[in-house]
Design a protein around this ligand. Sequence first.
Ligand SMILES: Nc1ncnc2c1ncn2[C@@H]1O[C@H](COP(=O)(O)OP(=O)(O)OP(=O)(O)O)[C@@H](O)[C@H]1O
Ligand SMILES: [Mg+2]
Length: 201
Amino acid sequence: MVIPFGPLKGKDAQVKRGCDCEALKIVKEEQQEAKKARLKRIFEENSFINPSLKEATFENFESNEFRQALQKAKRYVEEFDLKNPKNLFFQGSFGTGKSHLSMSIAKALTEKGYTTIFISTPKLLTKIRNTYNKESGISEEQIINAIADADLVVFDDIGAEGEISGWGMQKLFEVIDQRAGKHNIYTTNLSSIEFEASKDL
Ligand SMILES: Nc1ncnc2c1ncn2[C@@H]1O[C@H](COP(=O)(O)OP(=O)(O)OP(=O)(O)O)[C@@H](O)[C@H]1O
Ligand SMILES: [Mg+2]
């Protein structure tokens, strides 16, 4: 796009009413790119992702047992709308594909241009704790702001052993609180009873 400076004359002159939608679109895209770069810097690739999940997609999800979960996940992507935020909660025993499906959703939305973060919740807490180290090149605030900023955050393995107590629980509430009114996905292999009990710790 050419952005002319100074008055245009003759056939080049254009009168536009209302907003310049094309320019606005470009500004929006640039903002989105800046947001992505920020997220990439903080959540450097792979630091939060189990290597076996890197290849996860809807296409390579075997849905025999969990057809409904796959359908819900796909619908979540189709209906994704920043103005109508929705949360998904995947609960089930280990190795059943909860992280696989969540990762597939995050990838599909990234392809659509949204900013997404997939984080192992225990690793997130470790990363925040590490910022308390003087040598840390990143602050707790930067991490929390980046999470607050993303269009979608997957909190993978929430309630995993070792984090549901004192500081970890408090920090997690703080992070999740920042995500109110936004799109979030949670996965856990705790049963409902265990999950409820963990809140009282
Ligand atoms: N239905 C499936 N189709 C294809 N691959 C699968 C399926 N279920 C699991 N996998 C693969 O098995 C591995 C473990 O799955 P995943 O990490 O998604 O399980 P999970 O339900 O999140 O388990 P956990 O509760 O231990 O976190 C991953 O590499 C994933 O890609
Ligand atoms: Mg998992």
